[in-house]
Design a protein around this ligand. Structure first.
Ligand SMILES: Cc1cc2nc3c(=O)[nH]c(=O)nc-3n(C[C@H](O)[C@H](O)[C@H](O)COP(=O)(O)OP(=O)(O)OC[C@H]3O[C@@H](n4cnc5c(N)ncnc54)[C@H](O)[C@@H]3O)c2cc1C
Length: 204
């Protein structure tokens, strides 16, 4: 069976690993020129813990955990409204089995675990034409190939979903998030500070 997976972040490589385990070596196409670094934290909890354990990755995933010590919330003048050494809003309770780790640490582990899978970086699916026996895929880079199955693991704004099902409206909830790296000007040590302004919430 020839399977094409679009997206090499979390879902794509995880599926590639499981397919290989069942005797299918998929192709993974990723728009970026390499596995993308960066991103925020990912929580591995619930069913995801079981999946990671069955993939033999629980130990390295646990070793990469963020190890937050606590969190606090301040108002826009810097006055502390509350603090907790028991939980952080991003990751939940510290005494649970859940693991919070940086997205790029998880994707690096998954990428190492799927070495040998045919990765096509810097390319994407331009068009899909499905018939009763398979899917003809036209890649943006010019290649054309036929697959038995195409899987969209290309994120919230999935290109595969748009090509297969047309525009599916996302409901915007009025929130915006910006994530970037900054110097440790607040002197934080594995500690989250959330800033609550009068009009809306904002976090670090
Ligand atoms: C600011 C922020 C904070 C977050 N915090 C948390 C958190 O604290 N805990 C938590 O559990 N989760 C968190 N998340 C969510 C988490 O990042 C996602 O759930 C997770 O990354 C989803 O993985 P994915 O593999 O489905 O898709 P994505 O990580 O979105 O990856 C999609 C991949 O597909 C590629 N791609 C996109 N379009 C195409 C295309 N047309 N062709 C080929 N490739 C394509 C992209 O380059 C990317 O590599 C956060 C997300 C954000 C944005």
């Amino acid at each position: 069976m020839k399977v094409l997976i679009s997206g090499a972040s979390v879902a794509g490589p995880a599926l590639a690993w499981w397919l290989r385990r069942h005797g299918i070596t998929p192709t993974v196409v990723e728009r970026a020129p390499a596995i993308r670094p960066g991103g925020q934290a990912i929580d591995v909890r619930g069913a995801a813990l079981t999946v990671v354990e069955r993939m033999g990755l629980l130990e390295p995933v646990r070793a990469a955990r963020t190890r937050m010590r606590g969190s606090s919330m301040v108002d826009s003048d810097g006055n502390e409204l509350w603090r907790s050494t028991e939980f952080a809003p991003s990751s939940g309770r510290f005494d649970s089995d859940d693991v919070e780790l940086l997205r790029e640490d998880l994707t690096a582990l998954l990428a190492a675990h799927t070495a040998g899978v045919d990765h096509r970086f810097g390319d994407s699916i331009a068009s899909l034409r499905q018939d009763d026996t398979g899917v003809d895929v036209q890649f943006a880079g010019g290649d054309r190939e036929r697959f038995d199955l195409v899987v969209g693991a290309d994120g919230l704004h999935s290109g595969v979903r748009r090509l297969a099902f047309g525009e599916t409206p996302l409901q915007h909830l009025g929130s915006y998030v910006a994530v970037f790296t900054a110097g440790n000007v607040l002197g934080l040590d594995d500690w989250q500070v959330w800033v609550r302004s009068d009009s809306a919430g904002a976090g670090i």
